[in-house]
Design a binder for this molecule. Sequence first.
Ligand code: SF4
Length: 218
Amino acid sequence: MNIGINRAHFPVSVLGPGQRIGIWLQGCSLRCKGCVSRDTWQSDPGRLMTVAQLLAWCRDITAGRLDGVTLSGGEPFDQAPALAALLAGLRQWRGSAGLDFDLLCYSGYPLATLQQRHAHLLQQLDALIPEPYVAAKPLTHLWRGSANQPLLALSGRGRKKYAGYLDAPADQAAKRMQTMLDGQRVWYVGIPGRGDLAALDAACRAKGLRFDQASWLS
Ligand code: SF4
């Protein structure tokens, strides 16, 4: 089974509790206005890998020391069969290795749509952040881009682990972004505040630096 991947990284500490694997799936049909991840929209055969390869990378990069896996995108549910295979593999690894990491997934689809079309996949997750990003709504809660997006605990593990975070506010002082270098590119992980990326662009320009390409620009 192939899966389209934009990128994967470990450790990610700004999209869920603890030190996590972050996996960004490639391809999103939803096209939310103001999306900062436009580089994930287009499906790309050049970004396919096998689920088995991705699972092997997860095992190798963490050596079994991880708190969770965050699946984002792109739109994970646009690759439902591959997502099912990935979740099955992660759960099999968790069980067979005696690990306790949680599985958190973002989706831009409304909760009702996911419940109608993908109930079997929701049963494999511990936590879910559904609903489209709405730029006109403020950033109010931890790990969420706009105020319409809930954090839902879907399993016993999820209820135990996320109980203290369901209504947690987005703390302006807390770390919300990670910065990484990826070859010749700078890569930002996390949920930027409104205006943060424009401020970053302005600060760079003031120092004579200019972004040739940026995932948040059309
Ligand atoms: S915010 Fe998420 S669901 Fe919306 S267009 Fe961007 S990648 Fe797709």
